[in-house]
Design a protein around this ligand. Structure first.
Ligand code: NAD
Length: 252
């Protein structure tokens, strides 16, 4: 059994990670951290992020699992680097500097960053590459939908899908359309919807003149992300320093 800390513990994902861990025998949550006023989450006391270095020293987690906000991820990364604690983060919307901070500490500790911990998304990425390669002239449009509390847009997963597409073709992204704005050759339209409590839906469409291929992934419960993040925490235990992805976990 590995001992993990959870940052962003009082949030939608942090709470789900703690609840999911409680049902598993390979992980135990030894420290929960959040900026919110919550005193307890899923029977775990919630600690102030101002105390992260001391909390890491006291509780000695084998890894930190982070679903918080970008600024918190960057300072947690610094603390993990100092304390020699591996970091698994699912937080999205990081600036280039915050991303660079994660890469910098990966010279000292293992760091795993994933915009999406659902295994189906890894299969979707492979399928997107295959479809883009097989259908080079087809118009391509990406639509993502998330709950109304999501901060960043488009989603980190949408950006990951665009990165996969960019491995197969050159394109310009167009974010939504308004007024007189016909489709241009070589553009990929990116469309963002925020509504209700949708866990996360990504659809990529390839359209030729007489046919349409649509690939859709829908997360139906946050537990799918939590399970993937916990699998990543188990996987990262004992790894060398370096920067890893969820694809590395799936490859084994
Ligand atoms: P949320 O707003 O419900 O939770 C974020 C939590 O972070 C809040 O409880 C907030 O109080 C806390 N926080 C703020 N400052 C903090 C600090 N300094 N230290 C610790 N905690 C702090 O958001 P959410 O829906 O749980 O999503 C969190 C992040 O995870 C977002 O970036 C989201 O896009 C991402 N996400 C990733 C995946 C994935 O599979 N990678 C899946 C779902 C969500």
């Amino acid at each position: 059994m590995i001992r993990i800390g959870v940052s962003g513990a009082a949030g939608r994902m942090g709470r789900t990670v703690i609840e999911t861990a409680a049902d598993r025998e390979d992980v135990a949550v030894v420290v929960a951290i959040d900026d919110a006023d919550a005193e307890m989450v899923a029977e775990k006391p919630v600690h102030d992020p101002a105390d992260v270095p001391a909390l890491l020293a006291t509780h000695e987690p084998d890894a930190m699992v982070d679903f918080s906000v970008p600024a918190a991820t960057a300072s947690l990364a610094d603390a993990c680097g100092e304390a020699g604690v591996p970091l698994v983060t699912g937080t999205t919307g990081l600036t280039d500097d915050q991303r660079a901070a994660l890469e910098a500490i990966s010279e000292d500790v293992p760091v795993l960053k994933a915009a999406n911990f659902a295994r189906g998304i890894q299969a979707l990425l492979e399928t997107v590459r295959a479809a883009a390669s097989a259908l080079p002239g087809y118009d391509t449009e990406l639509t993502e939908t998330h709950h109304n509390g999501k901060q960043d847009a488009p989603s980190g997963t949408a950006e990951t899908i665009l990165d996969a597409l960019a491995e197969e073709r050159d394109f310009e992204e167009t974010y939504g359309r308004e007024g007189i704005q016909p489709r241009e050759d070589g553009e990929v339209g990116v469309h963002v919807r925020r509504a209700g409590d949708v866990r996360g839906e990504h659809e990529i469409m390839f359209a030729g003149n007489d046919e349409v291929l649509t690939l859709t992934h829908r997360a139906e419960d946050r537990g799918v992300f939590a399970a993937g993040a916990l699998d990543a925490a188990v996987w990262i235990d004992g790894r060398d320093q370096g920067f890893y992805t969820f694809g590395d976990v799936i490859e084994g």
